[in-house]
Design a protein around this ligand. Sequence first.
Ligand code: NDP
Length: 291
Amino acid sequence: MANISVLGLGAMGQALAARFLQQGHSVTLWNRTAGKAGFLVAKGAREISSAADAIASSDVAVICLLDYTASNSVLDSAASVLAGRAVVNLTNGTPAQARATAERLESLGTAYLDGGIMATPPMIGGEHALILYSGSKATFEAHVGTLEALGAATYLGADAGLASLHDLALLSGMYGLFAGFFHATALVGSEGIGASAFLKLLGPWMTAMMGELPGYAEKIDTGRHGVNVASNLAMQTAALENILTATREQGVATDLLDPMLDLFRKRDGAGHGNEDISGVLELIRSRNSAV
Ligand code: NDP
């Protein structure tokens, strides 16, 4: 069993600490606002008032704070004890923030593993929880047995920014899915059809459309968007025009789909109408992308 410190006792930090306790680990807690996790103390955790002491008392320190401004300030306050320590930072941030923190901690002699939590607090420890890691491979290998208790642990490489990059990309996919759901639901809602009733049709449809993604992915990877095209961009641009026209006629806002139609029109207008819609990626893969 390991000595683990958990720094940050918000909704997620509490879930992580509870899971470590459930696994029989020795858990030391620190939070900016003391006394937030009496139930964890009742289960055997020790809450202390110094972040530095929490880190110094543990084999591995798991940090889960609101953002990198918070985690950097806590790590700065504990700088004197960081040499030779292992820090796993599960705070959500950008790849650049993760890389900057890794560079700073490595200069202090700290083994740094960055992470991205693909789960909500109630999911921690459950079969669908996934946690992405990148940074110190030695730290991952030394503690993977402990970290696996939180959720499937996937190591993405030595570059500390990779966990965050994948985390944010996965969340982007999620928000795109939610955007489609919200728009579609608003459209049928304009005729008084309820979201739950409509979901019986929308859910299986979205699942079926997931089957298109491997084909798009192959085209994106090869850059060849004109092969095996069953539903070309010109046809889909016309369809999307219809969707937005109908949306306006129904008195519903088009905000969520306007940017998609702009990209379809731009790519179609540049002579790629007979290709697949995967070609739209060429417009966004770089801020300076040409048509
Ligand atoms: P909460 O808002 O519940 O908790 C925030 C935590 O950060 C608290 O412990 C808070 O301390 C602390 N904090 C905020 N600002 C500072 C600061 N300046 N200095 C020190 N501590 C500070 O957030 P969650 O626990 O839900 O989220 C924590 C991290 O986990 C975030 O990065 C989030 O994106 C990520 N995450 C959360 C998920 C979720 O569904 N909740 C899902 C996946 C990732 P205090 O109690 O004193 O205010």
